[in-house]
Design a protein around this ligand. Structure first.
Ligand code: V0V
Ligand code: CO
Length: 147
């Protein structure tokens, strides 16, 4: 069951500069950074708030580390902006299978490693009214309450 919006992914040219904007303008601080080579991104996670199920909602700033990565290609075409939304679930395997059975293309056979050792998969934007949609299960629990 999808229980919350885990994060909004925002494509940008420079993660540090963009994080500076979010800090100055809204007071959101960077809680976590990492490079995900498989996904081709350098990312910063900004925690926005907690939610009723104990999980938080995040902004995920994404800078490409390769031009031919998903975010690199998208930036070249569209410039900076909202790249994807991610719904949080306690069971990304079950939810992606169920959604796939409804005829929505699930991009990975098995969920892959996401931010903070989460497990993630994506639904094709063309099957989701133009929205690249991620499903995410946080490491060790149904939420990222410990961060
Ligand atoms: C592409 N399209 C999008 C889109 N990206 N539409 C909405 N939102 C996006 N973000 C549209 C694009 O405009 C084209 O439409 C069509 O899909 C095909 O796009 P393309 O440029 O030819 O690119 P593809 O087909 O090579 O790749 C698109 C997909 C790719 C979605 C398959 O981006 C992908 O595999 N994404 C999943 C992985 C990912 O995004 N990783 C980065 C975040 P027209 O022009 O034909 O109409 S990593 C992350 O979130 C992490 C680590 C985390 O949360 O922990
Ligand atoms: Co994401």
């Amino acid at each position: 069951m999808l229980t919350r919006i885990d994060h909004i992914g925002i494509a940008c040219f420079d993660v540090e500069e963009t994080a500076g904007f979010y800090a100055r303008t809204y007071g959101f601080e960077v809680a976590h950074t990492e490079v995900n080579e498989e996904q081709g991104v350098r990312e910063a996670m900004l925690r926005v708030n907690g939610t009723d199920d104990g999980g938080a909602t995040w902004l995920q700033l994404l800078e490409p580390v390769r031009e031919d990565s998903a975010v690199g290609k998208w930036l070249a075409k569209n410039g900076e902006g909202v790249h994807h939304i991610a719904f949080g679930t306690a069971d990304v395997d079950a939810d992606s299978e169920e959604i796939g059975e409804k005829g929505v293309r699930v991009l990975y056979d098995e969920p892959r490693r996401g931010s903070m050792d989460s497990r993630i998969t994506f639904l094709h934007p063309k099957d989701c009214h133009g929205v690249l949609t991620e499903l995410v299960t946080a490491a060790g629990s149904s939420s990222r309450a410990d961060h």
